[in-house]
Design a protein around this ligand. Structure first.
Ligand code: PLP
Length: 444
């Protein structure tokens, strides 16, 4: 049982760390430091146990400090700490690639490793451009994302991403990028359970962009099958299927960004499988290694890999990669993580628990300021009405109250987001949403 924290944590010397995606000055006045973790729980610097209702950041799917994953990483670091990523290999990279390919749908059978979701996304976008060039279609240079999409923070991912605040700080973006309209319309779908029945026609927006730009200029369309970071937006029924059809019709690659939805978050190994769609590429990260060591991957269909395997054999086929692609520690974590998912039946558990999760999150309906609730699998969101002059203030207050009462969740704008580790049990689901309900009642 997880109990005591470190003997002493210095919260007076916080100046030097420029924290990512954080209100630094606000945080440093009232810091929240996590010092230990196990299973469903964190321990804070002030020695409190906090249940993790967000799997860290949608990533610790098998729960924290899983002993089998910890042991695998410990053994690996003492055996092969690093292996050059270019022109050399190590056994785990080939093994994990084939195991990920086996989990992926259809003829997706080739896997390229990187270190973060952002790198996976930029890799997939570059592969899309290079794939078309390799096939003599170098005129396909346009990339299509979607409003309210989040694809990390690389230049590619930021450009195809559709979150206003993440884009406007930089001014410059990649050229040749356009966006589908997003799929969320509260008038039509508020308080939907699972995939909304309204909205399939929104996929026709891709037809509009094809007409606008000429489809022969479009290399790829990238979407999250369920938008996560902008507040859990499950796709309307039939919407993703229609995107697939339009892409097929025009020779456009379809990329599903499964950095959040991969590895059981909505039941199946990948959301692609759950929705019965084979995209041309899947980007993944987070649950790939249970977040124990950073790693990400791009899995692609055979025709993409094959398009590169031409020309002389001595030639490097893809001039892309990272010093830490397929890092041995990360892949040891990845192999152990996949074992845990299989041995503990965690994808099945996620699917089995999702009705209970749905029931618990929708029980919040009717509380003050709650304007929408959305869910699919073990991911869900509660949207609160924003205060007129302080967007995200209400969600922040609920977040803080919950944290003080032992529940860690995430918030984005005024939406509270939930994605517990797949090891969560029914009692813990109830505890999470009872605490949230109490906090919502108390904020003004
Ligand atoms: C769908 C999606 N793509 C990409 C990313 C970026 O991943 P990372 O933060 O590991 O770069 C995220 C992160 O949340 C994500 O949700």
């Amino acid at each position: 049982m997880l109990t005591s924290s470190l003997a002493h944590v210095d919260t007076n010397n916080l100046d030097s760390f420029f924290m990512p995606f954080t209100a630094n000055r606000q945080f440093k006045k009232n810091p929240r430091l996590l010092v230990r973790a196990e299973g469903m729980y964190y321990v804070t610097h002030d020695d409190r146990r906090v249940i993790d209702a967000a799997a860290g950041m949608w990533c610790v799917n098998a729960g924290h400090c899983h002993p089998k994953i910890v042991e695998a990483v410990q053994n690996q670091v003492a055996t092969l700490d690093y292996s050059p990523a270019f022109q050399m290999g190590h056994p785990a990279s080939f093994e994990l690639a084939s195991r990920v390919a086996a989990l992926a749908p259809g003829d997706i059978d080739s896997v390229f490793f990187a270190n973060s979701g952002s790198e996976a996304v930029d890799t997939a976008l570059k592969i899309a451009l290079a794939y078309h060039r390799a096939r003599g279609e170098g005129h396909r240079v346009r990339l299509i994302g979607r409003e309210r999409g989040y694809h990390g923070v690389g230049f590619g991912g930021t450009a195809v991403g559709g979150i206003k605040n993440n884009r406007k700080a930089w001014g410059m973006m990649l050229p040749g990028v356009d966006h589908l309209r997003h799929t969320h319309d509260p008038k039509e779908m508020a308080f939907s359970r699972g995939q909304p029945s309204w909205g399939k026609h929104l996929a026709e927006d891709l037809v509009r962009l094809c007409e606008l730009h000429d489809p022969s200029t479009i290399a790829a369309v990238i979407v999250e099958p369920v938008a996560g970071s902008t507040g859990v937006l499950p796709p309307p029924q039939g919407y993703l299927e229609r995107l697939r059809e339009i892409c097929d019709q025009h020779g456009i690659l379809l990329i599903f960004d499964e950095v959040i939805t991969g590895f059981g978050r909505i039941g199946a190994a990948f959301a692609s499988e759950q929705f019965g769609i084979v995209p041309d590429m899947i980007t993944m990260a987070k649950g790939l290694t249970n977040a124990t060591v950073p790693a990400s991957a791009v899995a692609m269909r055979k025709h993409i890999y094959d398009a590169f395997m031409t020309g002389p054999e001595w030639m490097v086929e893809l001039t892309h990669g990272y010093t830490y692609s397929a890092h041995p520690l990360a892949l040891a974590a990845g192999l152990a993580t996949l074992d845990v998912y299989r041995d503990e039946g965690l994808f099945e558990r996620s699917a089995a628990l999702s009705p209970r999760f749905e029931q618990a999150i929708h029980a919040i309906k009717g509380l003050p300021h709650v304007i929408d609730i959305r869910n699919i699998g073990l991911m869900g969101a509660i949207e609160l009405e924003s205060r007129p002059n302080r967007p995200s203030g209400r969600a922040y207050d609920v977040f803080l109250k919950c944290y003080e009462r032992g529940v860690y969740l995430r918030f984005t704008g005024d939406t509270l987001a939930f994605s517990p580790p797949l090891i969560v049990d029914e009692r813990q689901i109830d505890q999470i949403f009872e605490t949230v309900a109490q906090a919502i009642r108390e904020v003004d």
